[in-house]
Design a protein around this ligand. Structure first.
Ligand code: COI
Length: 356
């Protein structure tokens, strides 16, 4: 992707940075935001003048459609600081394209790709001092768009706000996670919005996940809405299952998010001669593999979580343990990804994008 040089974004800088008040050693994911944010409104059928302004509250009419019909989409991406203090985005083109796929599904006007990339670069450049150093630390980037038109008629909004926020972050899940295979509730259905990064997809998970939390599980493994046979996604992550030495992940489609980390792992697996299969995988297959001892690993993959190994899974009241090992695919892929993201390895696929 080529950088776009443009002076189209107006910038209003803060007077005094709040950075020195932040405890960078004890960051809680998504709680601290940088000094500035990007903002662009869609009015009269077009995106208006883009601007970067001091971070702060926005004002919306209480009847704005986002509050009533959930017309809202978002992305999650990260900026990384390397040991020479260069700052890199990871595959921003993929997030930008997925954002616009989500936009189409949710009747939100697409955001121009070139301006999106320019906005990311300009904002990260301005708040570059906030990109933390060290493997595992990064600047989480949250682009989103919401319907802002006043009025509660159930129809697509004619006004929208696109914004980008930045939040310094350490890893999302610390350590290994315990997950419960869900049988009652569903995340996504054929023809639905499961593949879109729309707000309601996440809201709908909160209650079932809270029930799983009460039983000591951090996350839920979603199964298909029809028969709850197929293993699909975990809360904020795509899922990988290692049976013997093959890595299996569910195919993307209507119901499953086309994760950037997921697709990067599939490519890295080819580079590192690890066999993969993108195919439906059933709960029964998982239980049989667990019993036979061929199930070696389960891990989640996502932007916030990167690679998150599962150490136990629950199903129908029973808990199944995964074997312990120092030599896991999860650790390998985490390292392969980190090496590229932090500029420690050659970028064979042109995934890094320097912010300069
Ligand atoms: C991401 O990994 O970017 C996510 O979407 C997770 C987020 C919901 C916290």
């Amino acid at each position: 992707m080529q950088p776009i040089v443009s002076d189209s974004i107006s910038i209003t800088k803060i007077q005094t940075s709040k950075r020195s008040k932040v405890d960078f050693d004890n960051l809680v994911f998504g709680q601290v935001f940088t000094d500035h944010m990007f903002e662009c409104d869609f009015v009269d059928g077009q995106w208006q003048a883009p601007k970067i302004v001091p971070y702060g509250p926005i004002s919306l009419d209480p009847s704005a459609k986002v509050f009533h019909y959930g017309q809202a989409i978002f992305e999650g991406m990260k900026a990384f600081r390397d040991d020479k203090d260069k700052i890199w985005l990871f595959r921003p083109d993929q997030n930008i394209q997925r954002f616009n796929k989500s936009a189409l599904r949710m009747s939100i006007p697409e955001f121009p790709e070139a301006l999106f990339l320019e906005a990311l670069s300009a904002l990260v450049r301005l708040d570059a001092a906030w990109v933390p150093k060290g493997i595992g630390s990064s600047l989480y980037i949250r682009p989103f768009a919401i319907a802002t038109e006043e009025g509660v008629s159930a129809s697509p909004s004619k006004k929208y706000k696109f914004m980008i926020l930045l939040s310094p972050a350490q890893s999302y899940y610390s350590g290994k996670v315990r997950v419960q295979i869900m049988e009652k509730y569903s995340r996504a259905a054929n023809g639905g919005v499961g593949y879109a990064k729309t707000a309601g997809n996440y809201a709908a998970q909160f209650y079932p996940t809270a029930l799983a939390n009460q039983e000591g599980f951090q996350q839920v493994i979603w199964t298909d809405a029809d028969k709850h046979e197929f293993l699909e996604e975990a809360g904020t992550m795509n899922l990988f299952f290692r049976i013997n030495d093959t890595l299996i992940t569910a195919p993307t489609g209507d119901r499953i998010l086309d994760g950037v980390t997921r697709k990067s792992i599939l490519t890295l697996a080819i580079d590192h001669h690890i066999a993969t299969e993108e195919r439906p995988i059933t709960v029964t297959e998982l239980l049989v593999a667990q019993q036979e001892g061929s199930l070696k690993e389960i891990f989640g993959a996502g932007t916030a979580a990167i690679v998150s190994p599962v150490y136990e899974f629950g199903f129908q009241g029973k808990v199944y343990a995964l074997p312990e090992s120092e030599d896991t695919f999860a650790l390998k892929f985490k390292k392969y990804l980190n090496d590229i993201q932090y500029n420690l390895a050659p970028d064979l696929h042109q995934w890094r994008y320097e912010v300069k």
